[in-house]
Design a protein around this ligand. Sequence first.
Ligand code: CA
Length: 229
Amino acid sequence: MRILVVEDEPELAEVLRQGLSEAHYTVDVALDGEDGLFQAQVRNYDLLVLDIMLPKLDGLSVLRQLRADGRDVPVLLLTAKDDMPDKVKGLDSGADDYLTKPFGFSELLARIRALLRRGKDVPLRLLQVDDLTIDLFEHRVMRKDQTISLTAKEYEVLEYLARHAGRVVSRTELSEQVWAGDFDAFSNVIDVFLYRLRQKIDPKPLPKLLHTIRGSGYLLKVPDSESES
Ligand code: CA
């Protein structure tokens, strides 16, 4: 899940970036409204945390522009203390929820989870690819009856591949979605990382689920009877 934080107070922006990263979200930060609008227009985010008082372009204008573009990404507005008119305008402008500063991080997380769940009839709990099971609530991974212990990053990569099971995910896409573009697609960091992940989720003699597609990327899929490379 990828979140854009648009917040001009550098300290608060950094707290949000760190806290949300620890909660396993991929986080980008914009420090003014113009940059925030630009990033929200060029990338598909699952959610925006948007401050109202921003330099260059205020949060409400950013929000109106996004809605005018037809983008229905959930938006959680951050408002100054007791700024009632802003809250009302914010909801009128198409915000999904708002939070008044100062707020506790746990409350922010709860609001974000609620917004991300909204619109889905039943919250999805388990992802399954053959005998591999991923518990999205507890971040637990099982192959057959064995629990597999993964690092936070390995879990994120596996969850992403499982959400897109059956289709090849390119290195560029993984780099963008999981590492926020920290590695370029030709860096071998991703290959080494995926090699280790495969050792964990595909122990011999179980059939291989995670495949490297040479020149393209990675594919998590149910094994078939044909021979696999
Ligand atoms: Ca501000």
